[in-house]
Design a protein around this ligand. Structure first.
Ligand code: ZN
Length: 590
């Protein structure tokens, strides 16, 4: 990726808009926007985006950088990918691609090929659904309440009862090694250990495509239409491939993400059929874990779009356990969580079909907060009113209470739980105290703050070279370089980096050290954008010189003491003269 192309993209991209696609941002100042950090758990926003300087910074976890580093981190892609992605978002035409290494080029080609093959397979499965052999599959889907429009919307298809038909369809597009890598085929190992001929993995199954966030098909879930012994598993998923990792994605996020971002909330269901039914019933912000246990990666993915989640899993034991695990992960990440349990033992798909979309929307609105749900569940699991049952119920709830990041919310939950279970709330609070202490210990040590003078100096050196503030600072630096040598190491390094940068280079780009970049980013976010006044810079320079000189005086005094005690009178005399010179220079500053 040519550097000048990246530069062009950076100049045209608006970081507020790009970040805004992942984080809900609010205006927090003339040029500042803030929101919940997508890189760490938090309930109150400490993540800022600066429109003027085009960077982001999190005061909580310290992540910061420009638009490319943001996309790199959030999409987990290398730099060239991030540049291309930002260019695409801004409608900037891409130059012909070049890669860092032949491996990277090969990997990119492979992914492109796999996407192409999935697209071809999806189209072919769709065709097969309309073929005479697809009749049973069509009946099955109609029986589940799906209209032709709904089927087309989700690109549902049918894999015929054939070992070879799919291979015949795809073999002109790729070599057999690439076909193996799609996950659409199986093969048997031969006697010499080499892989045998490939055959269709999915046969006589209804094919539900799984798309990535961009809407490209990357895998399938296949439901069998066989009955009896031959049927195999009811649902069969694509294996993990270069395109697909099941714990990393959420079903229907491609279609739901706009609505989720607009609303700030998502409905989380278990099965793909639940998700499809609820979506087609007119609830656009629904996504599914699609049969896997909810993972941390999925929570982080969701966090880019939502702050609230209604969990609506199946009402059986497995569903309740899955809901409980999901609640734990979501509350830990600071989500506002509610839990819906549908009456009559219905799953979302059947509920929507039997009671209608409006009834479902209604119960969604009335879904209880997760605290109420958990207290209710604790009482169901340990219904006795004896001390042993109460203790068990409390022990069931405590881990959930501890997980809540906000202390106020935690205490409120503890009090409610104590009351509901008939336990002394002091006891619950005592149990929680240990957890609070552990939480405090894990906090990072507070870093040293910049003095006001250091702030002004850094600000001056961050401005354009022709500005008055810069010229004053530069003049002082030039003249008193030896004195500045005594200032804080990291601040001095930053100044040197800023002074050494070429015209037009972003100050944050010039500072290489990550800790230092963080300090500078925090400074930019805390001050008004205007350049400092020349007078203020002069004053700051004096203050910094004074503190440097005073520091040297302290050191000299100690050295003089030491020399005198050791009887080195010549040395003591020389140091005393140096001290007098130092005192004179401090006086000159006044
Ligand atoms: Zn953060």
């Amino acid at each position: 990726m040519a550097v000048d192309f990246a530069q062009t993209v950076k100049e045209q991209a608006d970081i507020v808009k790009i970040v805004g696609e992942y984080v809900r941002l609010r205006k927090a100042g003339a040029q500042n926007y803030s929101g919940l950090c997508p890189f760490h758990k938090e309930k109150t926003p400490s993540f800022s985006v600066h429109a003027g300087r085009q960077f982001y910074h999190c005061f909580g976890c310290g992540q910061s950088g420009d638009v490319f580093s943001f996309v790199q981190k959030i999409e987990n892609v290398p730099f060239p990918e991030a540049v291309r992605s930002v260019a695409q978002k801004c409608g900037i035409p891409l130059p012909k691609r070049d890669f860092a290494s032949p491996e990277e080029a090969a990997e990119h080609r492979q992914r492109g090929k796999l996407l192409e093959l999935h697209e071809a397979a999806t189209a072919w499965f769709e065709e097969q659904l309309q073929s005479p052999e697809g009749a049973t599959a069509r009946e099955y889907l109609t029986g589940r309440g799906l209209t032709p429009e709904g089927i087309a919307k989700f690109r549902i298809g049918y894999a015929p009862d054939s070992f070879h038909a799919l291979r015949e369809r795809l073999q002109s597009m790729a070599d057999v090694e690439t076909l193996r890598a799609t996950g659409l085929f199986s093969w048997k190992e031969q006697e010499d250990g080499s892989p045998g001929p490939i055959y269709a993995r999915f046969r006589k199954r209804v094919m539900f495509p799984i798309a990535n966030e961009a809407g490209r098909v990357i895998a399938f879930t296949a439901r069998t239409l066989e009955t009896g012994e031959k049927a195999g598993p009811k649902y069969l998923n694509s294996p993990e491939t270069a395109l697909y990792s099941k714990g990393q994605m959420l079903f229907n996020l491609d279609k739901a993400r706009q609505a989720i971002r607009a609303d700030g909330g998502a409905v989380l269901v278990e099965g793909q059929m639940d998700c499809i039914s609820v979506f087609l019933a007119g609830i656009p912000n629904v996504i599914a874990t699609s049969g896997t246990a909810f993972t941390e990666a999925q929570v982080r993915l969701l966090k880019r779009y939502a702050t609230r989640v209604i969990v609506n899993f199946d009402p059986d034991t497995a569903g309740a356990n899955a809901a409980e695990k999901s609640i734990a992960l979501l509350t830990e990440e600071g989500f506002d969580v509610r839990v819906l349990t549908l009456e009559g033992g219905l799953d979302p798909d059947r509920y929507v079909r039997e009671r209608g979309a409006r009834a479902y929307a209604e119960v969604l609105r009335g879904a209880p907060a997760f605290q109420d749900y958990l207290v209710e569940r604790a009482r169901q699991l340990y219904p006795g009113r004896d001390p042993k049952s109460k203790t068990e119920a409390l022990n069931y709830l405590l881990p959930h209470i501890r997980r809540i990041p906000s202390r106020i919310a935690r205490d409120a939950f503890a009090n409610d739980a104590a009351q509901a279970l008939g336990i002394d709330s002091a006891l619950v609070r005592a149990e929680l105290k240990d957890a609070a202490a552990r939480r405090r210990d894990s906090l990072a040590p507070h870093q040293q703050a910049l003095t006001r003078s250091e702030q002004i100096l850094l600000q001056a050196f961050s401005g354009p070279r022709s500005s008055e503030a810069y010229l004053v600072a530069e003049g002082a630096w030039h003249e008193h370089e030896r004195e500045f040598a005594a200032m804080r190491d990291d601040v001095r390094t930053m100044v040197e980096r800023l002074r050494g940068r070429a015209d037009g280079v972003d100050p944050l780009t010039a500072v290489e050290d990550e800790e230092q970049r963080k300090i500078l980013a925090e400074l930019f976010l805390s001050i008004h954008d205007a350049e400092p006044e020349a007078d203020d810079v002069e004053e700051a320079v004096v203050a910094i010189r004074r503190s440097a000189l005073e520091q040297q005086q302290r050191r000299l005094r100690a050295e003089i003491d030491q020399a005198e005690r050791a009887g080195k009178m010549d040395e003591a005399l020389r140091l005393t003269r140096e001290m007098q010179d130092m005192t004179r220079r401090v006086r000159e500053l006044d």
